[in-house]
Each structure stands twice: as structure tokens, then as C-alpha cells.
Design a protein around this ligand. Structure first.
Ligand code: GLN
Length: 414
């Protein structure tokens, strides 16, 4: 069968997504959120899944262009913006790092009055309020423009959903008052909650969520527009909290069954990330008791199990990084490495050199490490190799590194 480069039917990735969606559609449980009245109007049968790779390749099945409001999926992206603006110390003087184990709208405050984490309502209202701008309107525009950069297109506000939540969002205002009383909220409650309601009412598709996730998976760089939306450090920090706190009081079971950093919203969307590989967006409006899309949860559980995506998955022994280890006539040693060199590859190199030298590498009067067949050296590996090459190293031998593509310099200077 010819493979469609555009990712259509006949492409094995698209076919796999179609199959996951077909099986997820068997889930009949759950109910559309109606505590924000306007959300109850959505078609409960809409169903979509999209995946975008870190190379920007896009795959979809179902209604991947159907729009819905982002709701709580805005939280990690606004948290990323707050980290970029203010840094970890300042942001986390207002909000904690810990999973609350409670529903999304619970009064989860630590003894000092700080919300447990930025991905529950109390924490997200605070995080949103930390974004710096002269007016509420300008603050919303900053948030909208950063979320749009993650998605790679201009996201629009659903005015009706915003108005509907603004009319009924008394519990969120109460959370605002509690955090204000505790000194965690940096501005007035009405100012903070209106912008929070607006960020929740931005319209996205499953394809947008996949692209937003892919930007986090790709170390903060949107893989289609190539815009660096946040630094790789902020992307990693955001993914850390999505791993521990993204699915509210289901975060533990989610880590167990799915094992991908993720965030859900009461609009029916879920974003999930496989760092270094791709972002996934799913959409189905019926929610389970924890407020997570019921079919979306099933779809991501199936996807993770079928394709071994759990981040704690053991991917079995990598191919040896050592292409050849030769002892030269003068008693020296030449070791040719290949492929991707990470920390564990250097550990194996050091071990094998010792073993080849009969347990004492000082016997190998000089060691040459040849990186000609190497495609990339990681930062930790580069530090270890550089230390090894520094004069008469811990190996007791003169170490010389042949590095025609300057991979060590690339790794060490970023
Ligand atoms: N705007 C919603 C609220 O604050 C977001 C909740 C959610 O998606 N879990 O209630």
C-alpha cells in the first residue's frame, strides 16, 4: 500500500489513530460539563485525535478541526509564560509544586495559603494574575498571543463561553478571595478571574492541542513555525508539573496507566506529550467524575499501551555505542564510537576500555576515542569525555579525541 506523505488514510500512523478512536468510541459513560451553562450546548458525540511530531508532521483522525474551549488546558501554557517572565523562585513563592489529590476546583491551599500547584483552579488563577501587563485586556492579549505561538495560529476567544463562565464562576471568585487573603494573589479578584475566564474560553481544535504539545515535546520550539516560544528549561519544568499534577485527583492513575505528561479541560480536550517525539491532542466532550474526557482518557490509555509511550517504559538495551575497539601495535587503544552518545554510553566506554586493558587502563599508553561515526553527543556525555581527555586522566593514559564534526563543542556550548 502506498504511504500518503500527508498522513492520510493508508499511512500507518493515521491508521493507528483511527483504530484508537474506534475503540475509544465504545466508552458510553460520562457527561458533558454543564456548570458553565454554555458548555452544555456542545455535541457530545464529537470525537477527535491528532498527533504532531517534533519534526512538524501532523496526523489526525475524527473531527480534528472541530473547535471547543481550551479550559484548563490553558493552565500549563500560562504557567510556562509565568516561568519565562518571572522565573521559578518568584512564581513558586505564590504557588506550590505538589499534586493536590483533590478535584480541580477544590480549596487546595497549603498552610501558608498558597495553592498546591499551578494546574488546579486556585493555582491557575494566581499564575494567570502573575503575568505582567498594564491592563487586564493587555494581560489577556499576552496570554492569547503566547498560546497562539504554541499552537502556531491565532486563537480566538469564544465570547459566549467567556460570558457564561463570568456569570456563574462564583466558586472561582471565592478561590480568588482566599488566595488574596493569603497574600498569594498579586492583584484584585475581579481583575484576576476575568482574565482567567477569558484564557479558559480560547477556542482550539485537537490539532491545535497536538501542536501545542509538540512544542513542549520539542523543547519549547514550535516544530512548524520554528518559533522558540519558551526555553527548553521552561518546557521541561512545565512538563514536570504536568506529569505530577496535570490530571487532578487522577494524576496517580494516569501516571500508572498512561505515563505521559498531560492536561485535561472541562471542554473535553486533553493534551499529552511524549518528550522528544510528539504531542497528542484528543477531544470528546463527555467527562468522567474527575472532569477528564472519558473517551479521551481511553484513547490515550490505548495509545500509550499499544505504542509503549509510558515515560517509565524500559526500552531495552540500546545498541552498543562502541563500533570497534582495537589495540594498536604500540600498546595503545583506538575506540570508535557510533550513533548517539549519552551518559550511559560513556559509562560503557570507560568500562570496556578498562576491561580491554586487563583492568588497568594505565597499560594502554594512549587511548584514541574516534567520534567520526557519532551523530550526536549529549551534554553529560560531553562533560565526561572532556574530563577524560584532559591530560593524563583518571584512566592514567593520554586520551585523544578525534572529533571532525566538533560534536563536543556543539554539546558544550549548546
Ligand atoms: N474554566 C474552568 C473552571 O475554572 C476550567 C476547569 C477545567 O477545565 N477543569 O471551572
Amino acid at each position: 500500500m502506498p504511504i500518503d506523505p500527508a498522513g492520510g488514510a493508508g499511512n500507518p500512523v493515521t491508521d493507528a489513530l483511527e483504530e484508537v478512536l474506534r475503540r475509544a468510541a465504545e466508552v458510553q459513560s460520562g457527561a458533558v460539563a454543564d456548570y458553565i451553562p454554555e458548555l452544555a450546548l456542545i455535541d457530545p458525540e464529537l470525537l477527535a485525535i491528532s498527533a504532531t511530531s517534533v519534526l512538524g508532521h501532523q496526523y489526525s483522525a475524527g473531527s480534528s478541526e472541530a473547535e471547543f474551549t481550551i479550559q484548563s488546558i490553558s493552565k500549563p501554557f500560562v504557567y510556562a509564560l509565568a516561568l519565562a517572565d518571572l522565573g521559578v523562585e518568584e512564581v513558586h513563592s505564590h504557588v506550590g509544586f505538589e499534586p493536590s489529590g483533590e478535584p480541580f476546583n477544590a480549596i487546595s491551599l497549603d498552610p501558608a495559603g498558597r495553592p498546591a500547584n499551578p494546574l488546579i483552579n486556585a493555582g491557575a488563577i494566581v499564575t494567570s494574575a502573575l503575568i505582567d501587563a498594564p491592563t487586564p485586556q493587555a494581560r489577556f492579549e499576552r496570554i492569547r498571543s503566547v498560546l497562539s505561538a504554541f499552537a502556531g495560529r491565532e486563537l480566538q476567544l469564544d465570547e459566549r463561553v467567556y460570558a457564561s463562565e463570568s456569570e456563574t464562576g462564583h466558586r472561582n471568585r471565592a478561590l480568588g478571595h482566599l488566595t488574596l487573603a493569603a497574600g498569594a494573589l498579586p492583584r484584585g479578584v475581579a481583575d484576576a478571574t476575568e482574565v482567567y475566564f477569558q484564557q479558559c474560553a480560547l477556542l482550539v481544535t485537537a490539532a491545535d492541542l497536538a501542536m501545542m504539545g509538540a512544542t513542549l515535546a520539542n523543547a519549547g520550539v514550535n516544530p512548524v513555525t520554528n518559533v522558540e516560544v519558551v526555553t527548553s528549561e521552561v518546557a521541561r519544568q512545565t512538563l514536570s508539573l504536568m506529569t505530577s499534577c496535570g490530571m487532578y485527583d487522577r494524576a496517580g492513575e494516569w501516571a500508572f496507566r498512561v505515563g505521559m505528561p498531560a492536561k485535561s479541560g472541562v471542554g473535553g480536550g486533553i493534551v499529552a506529550v511524549k518528550p522528544g517525539q510528539f504531542g497528542v491532542g484528543v477531544f470528546s466532550p463527555r467527562l468522567d467524575e474527575a472532569g477528564n474526557s472519558a473517551r479521551g482518557t481511553r484513547a490515550l490509555t490505548l495509545l500509550s499501551q499499544e505504542f509503549e509511550l509510558n515515560l517509565l517504559e524500559h526500552h531495552h538495551a540500546p545498541a552498543s555505542p562502541i563500533q570497534e575497539l582495537a589495540v594498536t601495535a604500540s600498546g595503545g587503544m583506538t575506540v570508535s564510537l557510533r550513533g548517539e552518545i549519552d551518559f550511559i554510553a560513556v559509562e560503557q566506554l570507560v568500562h570496556d576500555v578498562r576491561e580491554a586493558a586487563g583492568g588497568d587502563p594505565a597499560d594502554a599508553s594512549s587511548i584514541t576515542i574516534d567520534l567520526t561515526a557519532v551523530t550526536r553527543v549529549g551534554l553529560a556525555a560531553a562533560r565526561l569525555l572532556t574530563a577524560a581527555a584532559a591530560g593524563r586522566s583518571a584512566w592514567g593514559s593520554t586520551v585523544q579525541v578525534v572529533d571532525p564534526s566538533h560534536l563536543l563543542a556543539v554539546a558544550l556550548t549548546g
